[in-house]
Design a protein around this ligand. Structure first.
Ligand SMILES: Cc1cc2nc3c(=O)[nH]c(=O)nc-3n(C[C@H](O)[C@H](O)[C@H](O)COP(=O)(O)OP(=O)(O)OC[C@H]3O[C@@H](n4cnc5c(N)ncnc54)[C@H](O)[C@@H]3O)c2cc1C
Length: 410
């Protein structure tokens, strides 16, 4: 559960004028606030509920680098440096070891593909290695040695990232936001932005349930609500909503104390260990597009649990001895090519960091860094994220990897 940060006295009796306003206090809003504030920018995060109330608080938290697109792999790899050195790079708390503040837990990560995707896997693994990511090609027998309870008869090779794992998304966003606040950022919760103000085609601020805020730069980091927020600036974005459910099962003792984090393309599934002897399971298919992002999230949709159990038992047959624990759901913004939207768009001063299409938690530390460079220095330096601008949609461009797999969400 996310601890609720007490609402701040908005501006400590000062002005409501900022350099930058960020709409949305999820992993991305918090990360951008951190990177801007540490460079001296006067920034406020306006959040309609509380930190991590959206996709971030429901995220499965996988931290892996396996993508079929180099800029996303770069974002994930730079972000990994944050997750694995959180105390040094973000929270300032180095006493609690590697995971201080983000809950990063190293489990190793296995990307399983069916035999007909083996060539793509080899090519993508080479791309990941070129980026510097520790990713190894392994055989099904190697996977069996890593995880003896897995069924490995339906694939030949996999990619293995020994350093990867998962993190705690709510804790990550909260820790990032606290670090941003230490650098002077202001967080305003229970603050619903309901309008974006413009003068002569330029952004001048926002109106909200807590009054007006002025700034020449406004960033839409509103996750599943990013489309309606962009509309307030007169921008039509093809960002839809994507619903995703996850199941938690109690592992049987036969599975041992833990197991690697896995993306399992043959079964359109991913899974990872969770604390308390649990395993978290998510499915790549049947994630409804276009629902209201304000729908229920305290349980999964009808039929999901049965499908998830059937899939996890295919890959881990001994899971038949496991027991159900719980399930829930969440919403993210999804784009037509399932890649993020970043950069300036629409009126001068309006920026987008959204559309992360169900895979944006693990990239949030570096995405915020790139956005801060773009806003302050005129171009992103850490990774080349310029391909993610919104004008690709008008031009009919769908971003694809050089050796694409199927779309993650089918
Ligand atoms: C169930 C689930 C599992 C996932 N698993 C993974 C995973 O394993 N690994 C991974 O990398 N990614 C995963 N993702 C995707 C990832 O969680 C998201 O891409 C990421 O958290 C998005 O962060 P965000 O900050 O852009 O959006 P959000 O976390 O949704 O934050 C947006 C915020 O904006 C606020 N807001 C909206 N409108 C307004 C407004 N008008 N005024 C003020 N505030 C507003 C909302 O309240 C919300 O808090 C998962 C997503 C879901 C739903």
């Amino acid at each position: 559960m996310t601890a609720r940060i007490p609402k701040l006295a908005i501006m400590d009796g000062m002005t409501n004028t900022f350099d930058t306003l960020i709409i949305g206090g999820g992993a991305h809003g918090a990360s951008l606030a951190f990177h801007l504030a540490r460079r001296g920018v006067k920034v406020a995060v306006l959040e309609k509920q509380f930190v991590a109330a959206g996709a971030t608080g429901r995220s499965s938290g996988l931290v892996r680098m396996h993508y079929d697109l180099e800029p996303e792999a770069q974002l994930a790899w730079v972000s990994y440096q944050y997750f694995s050195n959180w105390g040094e790079m973000v929270s300032g708390d180095t006493s609690a070891g590697l995971s201080a503040g983000s809950g990063f837990t190293r489990t190793g990560f296995v990307q399983i593909v069916s035999p007909d995707q083996a060539d793509e896997l080899r090519a993508n693994n080479a791309m990941l290695q070129k980026v510097g990511i520790p990713s190894l090609l392994v055989t099904a027998d190697d996977v069996k040695r890593l995880a003896p309870s897995f069924y490995t008869g339906d694939f030949e090779i996999a990619a293995y990232e020994p350093e990867s794992g998962y993190a705690d998304p709510s804790a990550t966003a909260m820790s990032m936001m606290q670090a941003a606040r230490r650098h002077g950022a202001v967080l305003v919760q229970d603050c619903l932005v309901n309008g974006i103000t413009l003068r002569s085609g330029k952004v001048t601020g926002v109106t909200s349930s807590q009054g007006g805020f002025s700034a020449p730069v406004v960033v839409d980091a509103a996750g599943a609500w990013a489309g309606p927020v962009a509309k307030m600036a007169g921008l039509d974005l093809p960002i839809d909503t994507w619903r995703h459910d996850t199941l938690f099962v109690k592992r049987p003792a036969e599975m041992g104390p833990s197991h690697p984090t896995v993306i399992d393309f043959p079964n359109l599934m991913y899974f990872r260990p969770e604390t308390g002897g649990l395993t978290l399971v998510g499915l790549e298919d049947n994630n409804p597009i276009g629902q209201s992002p304000d729908g229920f999230t305290d349980k999964s949709q009808a039929g999901f649990t049965e499908r998830a159990i059937e899939r996890i038992c295919r890959r881990v047959p001994v899971m038949e001895q496991g027991s159900l624990h719980s399930s829930h759901g969440g919403y993210d913004g999804i784009t037509p090519d399932q890649r993020p939207v970043m950069g300036p768009a629409g009126p001068e001063g309006f920026w987008l960091e959204c559309g992360f299409s169900g895979t944006g938690f693990k990239t949030s530390p570096a995405a915020g860094l790139c956005m801060s460079e773009w806003i302050l220095d005129g171009a992103p330096k850490t990774a080349d994220v310029t391909r993610f601008t919104a004008d690709r949609f008008e031009k009919g461009i769908q971003i694809k990897g050089e050796h694409p797999y199927h779309s993650i969400w089918t």
